[in-house]
Design a binder for this molecule. Structure first.
Ligand SMILES: [Zn+2]
Length: 443
């Protein structure tokens, strides 16, 4: 890593509370952090490396608040039976696939989406992993891929009772082992959450044990929440509680917890999410793909719930996801004038707030003292470009532009659209194809 790195001649978009668009300023990176943003003329020293960002916008790296690396190996698999609803999607595809994953599959299925994340300027990913019959050590395998690509990721293992008591115990053990590793290593690239599949696949006794272990560790939880109406139906019929109420009963909610989806939550559940400080990760492409509905992120935001944006493995391109988030609100509210701030802010402001509940140094804002996680995107603004117009440019212009350079923790991972991570992408892809062919044969 260059000890220091100066980025000059770009338009700097700070985001964060100050939310400024700066012209004529340069950004100095030192020891993995943003050291200073100041008028260009004030930088007269010698720098180990200088990047000329002329014709480019300099932004914080994007953050993905809900991801599944392991989904990579399903791409092109045509063997799953057609599904009539979400429950069948799980049974016909995901729960057949994840049972067959090996540790090596977990590692390789993470590498390529991580490389893709670099290409799309995503520098922090919050993942949720499942490999029920190869759970032990799976998070370390994914962590190895994260380390090799230079990005940041929060990892967890999705505990569930759907494969019996032994597998459930493995799930608790894997979460706790990785939480302990992260607490010990204090690696700024890696964070841990306690993963839970979803309320409807967890018995009371398992939730009780997970809650006790997770809460004692101080890690929050990452759980699929009311993704489909069936999650509510099963919880109401089996446990006489709605999903969010049941999670609350077991102490799963809180400021360090991420409730993914929340498509089918009622107003009382939204209030509970807000009152406990629980973050919501909205995944519109996945929700529409699974035909489960569209989460009401407008109402949740109005109530004060912190709503971020994830992709649920549909993509690692956050700019694609944010556009879909906007169209989805227009359609679901039958109103083309609503949801803009809620959708765009979920990605550009709220994901940083969520990530900064875990990361230190903090990410997602270009400000002295923050992590030097940033992207340079090709963009010549065709209309006035400032704090007031930035989100419009993001959704309708930058989202169609190219990421030129991606930097994470001060390390240049891609420059001039060329990867700099010393990883042979072709070789990794060939190995991934070889492993997925074997996986498909076992499916
Ligand atoms: Zn998910």
């Amino acid at each position: 890593m260059a000890r220091n790195l100066l980025i000059k001649n770009g338009i700097i978009v700070t985001l964060g509370d100050e939310n400024q668009v700066l012209y004529g300023q340069a950004l100095l990176i030192q020891d993995g952090l943003i050291k200073k943003i100041a008028p260009q003329a004030s930088f007269r020293g010698k720098y180990a490396k200088v990047i000329d960002a002329k014709g480019k916008v300099v932004l914080p790296g994007f953050i993905n608040a809900h991801m599944h690396f392991y989904s990579t190996m399903v791409r092109g698999l045509g063997k799953a039976a057609p599904s009539k609803n979400f429950q069948e999607v799980l049974e016909n595809l995901w729960w057949r696939l994840d049972k067959k994953l090996t540790l090596e599959d977990s590692y390789y299925s993470a590498l390529l989406p991580l490389v893709d994340a670099i290409k799309h300027g995503t520098t922090t990913l919050i993942d949720h992993h499942a490999s029920p019959f190869a759970a032990k050590g799976s998070l370390n395998k994914i962590a190895q891929a994260v380390k090799e690509t230079g990005l940041r990721a929060s990892l967890c293992y999705e505990l569930s009772d759907r494969d019996g008591a032994k597998v459930a115990q493995d799930g608790i053990d894997e979460n706790m082992a990785f939480i302990k590793r992260c607490a010990k290593d204090k690696d700024p690239q890696l964070k841990a959450l306690f993963g839970l599949h979803a309320s409807f696949t967890l018995k009371d006794a398992t939730l009780e044990r997970a809650s006790a272990a997770g809460r004692e560790s101080g890690a929050g939880f990452h759980v699929h929440t009311a993704e489909a109406q069936s999650d509510q139906d099963i919880n109401i019929s089996n446990f006489k509680l709605r999903v969010v109420q049941r999670l609350n009963k077991f102490g799963i909610l809180g400021p360090k917890t991420i409730a993914a989806h929340c498509v089918h939550v009622d107003e009382d559940e939204m209030n509970l999410l807000r009152d406990t400080g629980t973050a919501v990760a909205h995944n519109p492409q996945s929700n529409m793909n699974n035909a489960v509905g569209v989460a009401d992120i407008i109402k949740m935001s109005q109530k004060g719930v912190l709503v971020g944006l994830g992709t649920d493995a549909m993509t690692v391109n956050m700019l694609e996801e944010v556009r879909v988030a906007l169209w989805a609100q227009h359609l679901s509210h039958d109103n083309p004038s609503v949801g803009f701030m809620e959708a765009l802010s979920a990605l550009m402001f709220n994901n940083a707030k969520i990530a900064n509940r875990y990361w230190d140094p903090k990410v997602g804002v270009l400000k002295a003292g923050f992590a030097a996680d940033l992207v340079l995107m090709d963009y010549w603004p065709p209309t006035p470009f400032d704090e007031n117009t930035f989100l419009g440019h993001l959704g309708f212009g930058l989202a169609q532009s190219f990421v030129d350079t991606t930097i994470c923790g001060g390390k240049v991972l891609m420059e001039g659209k060329r990867l700099k991570i010393g990883l042979d992408e072709a070789e990794v892809a060939a190995k991934s194809r070889e492993l997925s062919e074997k996986l498909w044969a076992r499916f």
